[in-house]
Design a binder for this molecule. Structure first.
Ligand SMILES: Cc1ncc(COP(=O)(O)O)c(C=O)c1O
Length: 308
């Protein structure tokens, strides 16, 4: 099996040679912006949109990547192409970008970029086994005790690697149910997001989701808006509280790896009739059609494979 090829600041190197300094601002400060794209049938999905969001994050964080978006797009395609031979015909992969400000110098000004940005791009096998069961059973969504970092401190639209707040919140959720998936509320008690996903509900035949005032502008989230439009399902952004989740007919999360993850229990109470709802199923089917692949089938296949 050939070695995975990782891109580090200008070079494609085998994984064993892909190293960064312990003084990198990624390590010292968690000063890193990020993107995660997935493939469907080995083709990257909405890579241009991911690169666009990456460059918005870079601009707001004042990190100079030293490449234009067009160059970054080409580099990303090259990394993917170099690693496609590692994938089985039924497999897909992540394409992950992490870009830090480079070497961090202790002192008065952490924003000083004293070296080129550290650009790390890699692919990895898209392992769906943690989520695949939920396509049919739905997951248990649980609100964390901790609140989302307020946008006034860190705008959630900056997709970044400073993940401590998300990780601690998820640890609280796992105390309630080790298989639960977290929902963060903001400091006003409005529904925000999951550590790696946007949250949606269905009520009165309408899809509802929080605005991006307290959540990442997910690429999967925008796909739901497109699919709802083409499927003729009303959809709206609005402030939502836990009451809305308790009384919803359907709840689902959206994120790049699994696309849609239904939730059939919320804080211990059954959502709707307890089954994965018709609108969630319709959206999953529409998404599969969009990408020419059975999304649920791929996840199930991995589960079957791992049981053999
Ligand atoms: C905090 C957060 N919210 C939402 C999402 C979903 O975004 P996307 O659909 O672009 O994967 C992510 C993705 O990693 C995330 O980190």
């Amino acid at each position: 099996m050939p070695a995975r090829q990782i891109y580090i600041s200008g070079e494609l190197v085998p994984e064993s040679e892909a190293k960064i300094s312990i003084f990198d601002s990624a390590v010292m400060l968690g000063d890193t912006v990020t993107e995660s794209t997935r493939t469907f049938r080995h083709q990257p999905f909405k890579l241009e949109q991911h690169i666009d969001r990456l460059y918005k994050s870079l601009k707001v964080t004042r990190i100079d990547p030293g490449h234009s978006p067009a160059e970054m797009l080409q580099i990303s395609r090259d990394v993917l192409e170099a690693n496609l031979p590692l994938l089985g015909p039924e497999d897909d992969c992540w394409l992950v970008h992490n870009i830090s400000r480079g070497i961090s110098v202790a002192g008065a000004d952490p924003t000083k970029q004293v070296s080129p940005a550290t650009i790390m791009i890699f692919t990895s096998f898209l392992d769906l086994r943690d989520w695949a069961e939920f396509y049919s059973t739905g997951c248990h969504a649980v609100t964390a005790m901790s609140r989302a970092v307020p946008a006034q401190a860190l705008d959630p639209r900056i997709k970044n690697r400073s993940r401590m707040a998300y990780t601690l919140a998820e640890a609280e959720v796992k105390l309630v149910d080790p298989a639960a998936q977290g929902i963060l509320l903001d400091i006003h008690g409005n529904v925000a997001e999951n550590k790696g996903a946007n949250v949606f509900l269905v009520s009165e035949g309408e899809i509802r989701t929080p605005t991006t005032a307290n959540a990442l502008a997910g690429i999967s989230r925008s796909t739901i808006f497109e699919l709802a439009k083409t499927s003729g399902i009303p959809i709206r952004e609005m402030d939502l509280q836990t009451y809305d989740l308790y009384t919803a007919d359907e709840i689902f999360f959206t994120s790049t790896p699994y696309c849609i993850m239904p939730a059939t229990k919320f804080n211990g109470l059954v959502v709707g009739d307890g089954a994965v709802g018709p609108i969630t199923q319709q959206l999953l089917a529409a998404w599969s059609e969009l990408v020419g692949m059975d999304i649920v089938g791929q996840g199930r296949q991995q589960l079957v494979g791992s049981r053999q």
